[in-house]
Design a protein around this ligand. Structure first.
Ligand SMILES: Nc1nc2c(ncn2[C@@H]2O[C@H](COP(=O)(O)OP(=O)(O)OP(=O)(O)O)[C@@H](O)[C@H]2O)c(=O)[nH]1
Ligand SMILES: [Mg+2]
Length: 416
């Protein structure tokens, strides 16, 4: 965009959104401009001429491709009240944004690439509304919640540890209380993974769970099938696993929709002796469960686990492992083609983002021989390796004040 028409020189607003501008020049003479809308363009370089717009109160630069904002521009904008920078490629903010501390009331930096909470935001003492969601933040700053001004705050969609992401849906008062508690006692890292065992009846879910917990290689008696859901706690190193073993029998399927919740490690247990490389057993033992999960818990990480290895030949196990993984890959490919197709139909950007983030991760199948003690150890190591991977499990680590941990422990005790 160059040289806006003379008529805008006296107009306090300039709207030039939804164009394909890559850069903006010729706006420096618009000294009286109060509102500048340059959203939904393709701007890469922050328009330096904005520093001449000394009356500017509202600036919309959202949905562009800005990666850096140079230092020294915001100090020329003492009246700026509303700043929208969401959906760009920003990883930091210039220090002089703090110069707008007397005026800035609304700031949106959501859907950018922030990994560290930008320091200048902490100094914005008049901020009333702050959007930082969908970044790569692990920590928020307590100073944000110490003042009186902040009324609205959104921070979902980042792998937050301090405070844990599930707390950020709460009120400002809850956030204040969390940070106050944290100050009083030392915050401790809590690493916790909900682990759901799913799979057809008699697949061996309860057996795996019991063997892991008790470090044994025993088989469960057939009569002891699970009724409903069994919940228990298990520790590997400093990770706490909450095991949820689901009954595989048909009559309990209707309860699954209540209890299968997102953000979990799912161990999909498959009886390799019963599995034959055909559509029927793939559907019953594998695809039924994966389809179910992609509907109810689309962000889960699934570890397929083969059992009854002791009843199979060695080469049979390898062949079935390969067969299952190949069929899963084909199935996911079909799903992703469908998603792509729907994406092309839908123009709503939020819808697109939702779709993108709804993908199951399916890990490589591990086969476990319950009669071999070493397999138990291997399984433990493999589970631990996966949950330590922060890309796979960004929400495992939570920093909790001691009092929160005590309350949680009391609740679990009561439940047990
Ligand atoms: N030979 C052999 N038997 C196994 C193995 N795993 C489980 N079993 C046996 O298979 C039967 C079913 O195992 P469970 O662990 O109860 O199966 P489940 O998946 O919990 O079944 P539901 O509770 O009905 O959903 C039991 O008799 C186990 O002893 C295995 O790897 N090898
Ligand atoms: Mg069971």
């Amino acid at each position: 965009m160059t040289h806006p028409r003379a008529s805008v020189l006296s107009n306090p607003e300039l709207e030039s959104d939804r164009n394909k501008f890559r850069s903006i020049t010729g706006i420096s003479k618009l000294h009286n401009l109060k509102k500048l809308i340059l959203s939904k363009n393709k701007i890469v370089d922050f328009p330096n001429e904005i520093q001449s717009l000394v009356c500017l109160e509202k600036l919309y630069l959202n949905q562009n491709q800005i990666g850096v904002i140079p230092e020294g521009l915001f100090s020329h904008l003492p009246r700026l009240k509303h700043l929208q920078l969401n959906n760009n490629c920003l990883g930091a903010l210039p220090r002089d944004l703090a110069a707008c501390q007397g005026s800035l009331q609304y700031l949106n930096i959501s859907s950018n690439l922030f990994r560290i909470f930008p320091q200048p935001v902490v100094q914005l003492t008049h901020l009333q509304e702050l959007h930082v969601q969908n970044n790569a933040l692990r920590q928020l700053r307590k100073e944000l919640f110490q003042g009186q001004s902040l009324k609205m705050f959104k921070a979902n969609g980042s792998p937050l540890q301090e405070p844990p992401g599930d707390m950020c849906g709460g009120s400002i008062q809850q956030m204040q209380s969390y940070f106050n508690q944290l100050q009083r006692g030392l915050g401790q890292e809590d690493k916790r993974v909900k682990t759901m065992f799913l799979g057809a009846s008699l697949a061996g879910k309860s057996t795996i769970c019991k063997n892991l917990k008790q470090g044994q290689t025993k088989l469960m008696p057939k009569e002891e099938w699970t009724v409903g859901i069994e919940i228990s706690k298990f520790q590997i190193d400093n990770f706490t696993f909450l095991f949820w073993v689901f009954a595989g029998q048909l009559e309990y399927y209707m309860t699954h929709h209540v209890f299968i919740t997102p953000q979990a490690l799912v161990i999909l247990v498959i009886n390799l002796h019963v599995y034959q490389n055909n559509e029927k057993t793939f559907k019953e033992l594998v695809s039924f469960w994966i389809n179910n999960l992609s509907m109810r818990a689309p962000n889960s990480v699934v570890l397929p686990m083969g059992t009854h290895v002791d009843c199979c030949q060695e080469e049979e196990v390898e062949e079935k492992k390969r067969g299952i993984m190949a069929k899963i890959a084909t199935m996911l490919m079909r799903k992703s083609n469908l998603t792509h197709f729907i994406n092309n139909l839908e123009s709503s950007e939020e819808k697109l983002e939702d779709m993108e983030s709804s993908t199951l991760t399916i890990l490589n199948l591990v086969a476990v021989n319950h009669t071999d003690h070493r397999d138990n150890k291997k399984l433990e190591t493999s589970i631990l390796e996966h949950v330590k991977n922060q890309e796979l499990f960004p929400k495992v680590v939570r920093v909790l004040p001691p009092v929160y941990r005590q309350v949680e422990a009391a609740i679990i005790d009561t439940a047990e």
